[in-house]
Design a protein around this ligand. Sequence first.
Ligand SMILES: [Fe+2]
Ligand SMILES: [Fe+2]
Length: 202
Amino acid sequence: MKAVEFTQMKDGTREEYLFLDELENGYALELPERIMAALRGLEHTLSGYRVSRLDHSLQAASRAFDDGADEEMIVAALIHDIGDELAPYNHSQYAAAVIRPYVRPEVTWVINMHGVFQYHYYLHHLGGDHTQREKYRDHPWYQSCVDFCEKYDQASFDPEYPSRTLEFFEPMVKRIFTRKPFDSSHMGAEVMAEDGIDARNI
Ligand SMILES: [Fe+2]
Ligand SMILES: [Fe+2]
């Protein structure tokens, strides 16, 4: 079979769906290459800073690496602004959705919330409420997000910082994004149950 016969999904056969499922699994294995391409695309987004968005991302990931952060957090720092191009008003949620199946929930939460936590540094200059993150002060991962922003994100606009190259991070990107998605070994069975995710159905 080269392609399915159906023109409406409701007419597809089991064989056709098995065929598509196999292709989809193969496509998913190429995710690391697409992540790398999306990162390279950050070279041309958001002007006005002293570093490109790609440089900012490499610097954030390098700072995480130098800080001794684990690989999930390093890769999260690398891709945290990957949504700038297509989701300018919810780029945090975009990146969180991309990484969520592959890392522990804490890392997803930090990426999901980093935009709000970053307000702390500038929103008052624009007449907004820069204290919004205080709503989450009692959250178990509050400090983790504070630290991520302070040490990796807000600090990474320095053109002099000796960042690693994108190639340096490529093996880490490969390892994280070829993990079994939504696997309890990294997501935690409890959280998956709370989220209504059933690994047996994936
Ligand atoms: Fe961001
Ligand atoms: Fe950032």
